[in-house]
Every structure is written in C-alpha cells, then in structure tokens.
Design a protein around this ligand. Structure first.
Ligand SMILES: Cc1ncc(COP(=O)(O)O)c(C=O)c1O
Length: 393
C-alpha cells in the first residue's frame, strides 16, 4: 500500500477521494499526442473543480458554468483570459459583476436571445467590447436555433459584442465516429454558410466532444481508434477555424480514486452484503444501472485474486437504492478493509444526493507528481445544511 494512503488512513477514519496529478498530466499528454496539434483543450470545470489549479498551464481554456465555479477559478488564480463563461442560466448579477470588472478578459457563451440581450445591455452600460460565442443547439434546451445565431451574427457590426465563433456540445460518452463526423460536417457547413451569407469568418469553434470514459468491466471502448478516427475527421474538414475541444470526464476521470471502508458484513436470505461508510451520495458512475454494472474495484492491500463469493456492496444511507454494485467478486474481505473505486475523478463525487441522512461528505486529497500529499477538503458535515436556523422575519 502506498505511503500516502497510509498517511491518509492515519488521519481520516471515513471515506475519501484521492486525485493523482501525475496521472492527470499523463492523461492530458496522451490526449494531446492522440489529437492533431492544432486541437486545443478546454477543461469543463464541472467535471472536477478540485484539480483545475493543477492544470492551469496544461490546457488553453476553462469552461465555467456557474457563479460558484467562477468564484472557485478566481480564488485559485486561473487567468481570466482562459475563462469561457458558459451555462444555460447566466445569473444577471454575476454576469454584470464580470462585465463591470475591467480586469476580466474572458469570453461569454450565448445560450438564448435573452442572454444575448443581457450581454448587449451590459456591454453598452459599461462601454466594453465583449468576446462572445453563440451556442448552437443540438435539439435540447441548450443553445439556440441556427436562425437566432444568424441574427446575432448579422447584427455584429452594430454593437460591442465581438462574435469570435460558435460553441456546440451534444452530449457525453459518445463513441460513434459516425456521429462525430455528422456533427463536425454539420458545424463546418454552418460556418461555411455564415461566411457566405454574412461574411462572417469564425475565428474559433468550441466543440464539446463528449469523449467517452470506460467505467465498467466489459466496456468495449477502443480509445486509440476513436481518437485517431476523430483526428482524421478533423483533418478532412475543408476549412478549420481554431478548434477548442471542451472536455470534462475524458481529462479528469482517470486521476481519481474513491476509497470507502467496509463497516459491516452480513448474509441476508442467501445474499452476501458488504456495507460501507460511503454510498451513492459519494460515488456515482455515469451509465450505472441498478448497480448491475461492475466498476473497477479492488480491496486495498490485497491482490486481484478473487474468491467465489459474490457481494452486494451497499452504502450507509437508509435507502434500498443505496447499492453501489451487485454480484461483485472480491478477495476475502473483512470489516475494516478499504474498497478502492477507480476512474472516480470526474462527476462521481458531485452527482450524488449529498443531503439525505445528513451524513458527512468525504475528505479530498491530492498527490502531486513529486509525491507531496495535500488535503483539499476535510470531511464535510452536511448536517449544517439540514439544521433549521430560525430567524423571525
Ligand atoms: C457545454 C459542455 N461542455 C463540455 C462538457 C463536458 O462533458 P464531458 O465531461 O462529457 O467531456 C459538458 C458536460 O456537461 C457541457 O455541458
């Protein structure tokens, strides 16, 4: 067992996450090597805000979708030139605070006509040129129809909104090269039309690829083939503006592990249960279905050889839904053992139902490439959030 895990065990008696920055950087290098050199990377902060500071110099841009994410990025010193302020709801006071701040140099996406008007009004009010990226919809609540994007572009000479290109994101865990081709050809065609009809030369295309991550045993993802096929599609596009790939899980998933203790063991009606001090409020895998899929799990300090006993691994919420995985083959286990869940670096720790039962959220640790270990968050008491505080008003 590595030294840093031993250190954490000595100070933390409950579940925890560890983010490995060496792995994170290797992952970014791998993506860069697998993609054409002109493809730039934009890290979607929502995937895991904790690691943003560590990769400020490794990606070209950070996609920020809420005032909270913006505050985090500001606090950790991300250069505002690298920020793209995105998100389906742009809180007006938050946007105004950014526009009124002369030192803020980021780009704003535009997701609706109302957002356009908000930015238009603020750019006039503060006499500021703002760089904007209208978002084209993928037939969802996000972005705008082509006609609305065209209207924004046709009016660009009459205002202070400097349209630098377009943004597009159609969903996550996309594995079909056909779909990538269809989307990129559509986007390229749309940019071509903007050139012809509005003399608009897009400087950039910010494209959320939705590159997939393999979370479960049996997933059939041939990532090298996918990235190479994707690169070929990019190469074949007739004209390319600067292309920025918005990525979350593909960058962050592999650097994270989630550790949870086995706190009880029992056999009910023939079924073996391992109860943990974690649960579905701590670990959520995209695509998990009724706990049927098997994430990559090991028992700390034990080799991979499994016994023929199968386990249903449950969490500590009083909910029958709180099952992390069913029919899991494990080495011999005992109360006190620690389960380690892989690929937990993106979304896994933020998409859970954190407030049910007022249990604590796990501590967060980070290990740098030189072996230095940092605690980024102590176990967080959610009981504060469920505790009434009477204020007569
Ligand atoms: C606009 C946008 N870009 C990028 C991402 C990141 O997606 P992924 O984590 O699948 O790379 C998301 C995720 O929701 C998104 O909404």
């Amino acid at each position: 067992m590595s030294d840093f895990i031993e250190k954490i065990r000595n100070e933390c008696e409950s579940s925890f996450y560890v983010f490995d920055i060496g792995e994170l950087k290797r992952r970014i290098s791998y993506l860069r090597e697998s993609l054409p050199p002109y493809a730039e990377l934009c890290y979607a902060v929502k995937a895991n805000p904790f690691i943003s500071e560590e990769i400020e110099n490794d990606v070209e841009r950070f996609e920020i979708c809420s005032p909270g994410e913006a505050d985090i990025c500001k606090a950790i010193g991300i250069d505002s030139k690298k920020m793209v302020i995105s998100g389906i709801y742009k809180t007006p006071s938050f946007i105004e605070a950014l526009v009124s701040d002369e030192s803020f140099k980021g780009i704003f996406t535009i997701e609706s006509v109302n957002q356009y008007e908000l930015l238009l009004g603020l750019s006039e009010k503060y006499g500021r040129e703002l760089e904007v990226l209208p978002r084209l919809t993928n037939d969802s609540q996000f972005g705008m129809d082509e006609a609305d994007v065209e209207t924004i572009i046709s009016r660009r000479a009459q205002n202070r909104l400097n349209v630098v290109g377009i943004q597009y994101f159609s969903g996550t865990q996309k594995t079909s090269l056909k779909k990538y081709r269809r989307e990129l050809e559509y986007l390229s065609g749309f940019l071509g039309r903007l050139r012809e009809e509005y003399s608009f030369e897009a400087r950039e295309l910010e494209y959320g690829t939705g590159f997939p991550v393999s979370y479960f045993a049996g997933d059939k993802l041939d990532e090298p083939a996918l990235l190479s096929g994707f690169s070929d599609i990019l190469e074949e596009l007739p004209q390319k503006p600067r292309i920025i790939l918005e990525l979350g899980r593909s960058i962050a998933a592999s650097c994270g592990k989630y550790y949870t203790h086995i706190v009880d063991i029992k056999k009910n009606k023939g079924q073996n249960y391992a109860l943990t001090d974690g649960g579905m409020h701590h670990i959520v895998y995209f695509g998990q279905y009724m706990a049927m899929k098997q994430p990559f799990v090991s028992v700390l300090g034990k080799d991979g050889s499994v016994s023929d006993v199968q386990w249903t691994v449950c969490g500590s919420l009083c909910s029958m839904n709180d099952i992390i995985v069913k029919q899991l083959a494990l080495p011999e286990i005992n109360v006190g053992d620690i389960l380690c869940f892989e690929n937990a670096g993106a979304y896994c720790m933020t998409e859970g139902i954190s407030l049910l039962l007022s249990r604590d959220l796990p501590a967060v640790y980070l290990v740098r490439e030189n072996g230095e270990l940092y605690r980024l968050r102590k176990p967080f008491e959610t009981k504060q959030l469920n505790m009434p505080e009477y204020e007569k008003i």
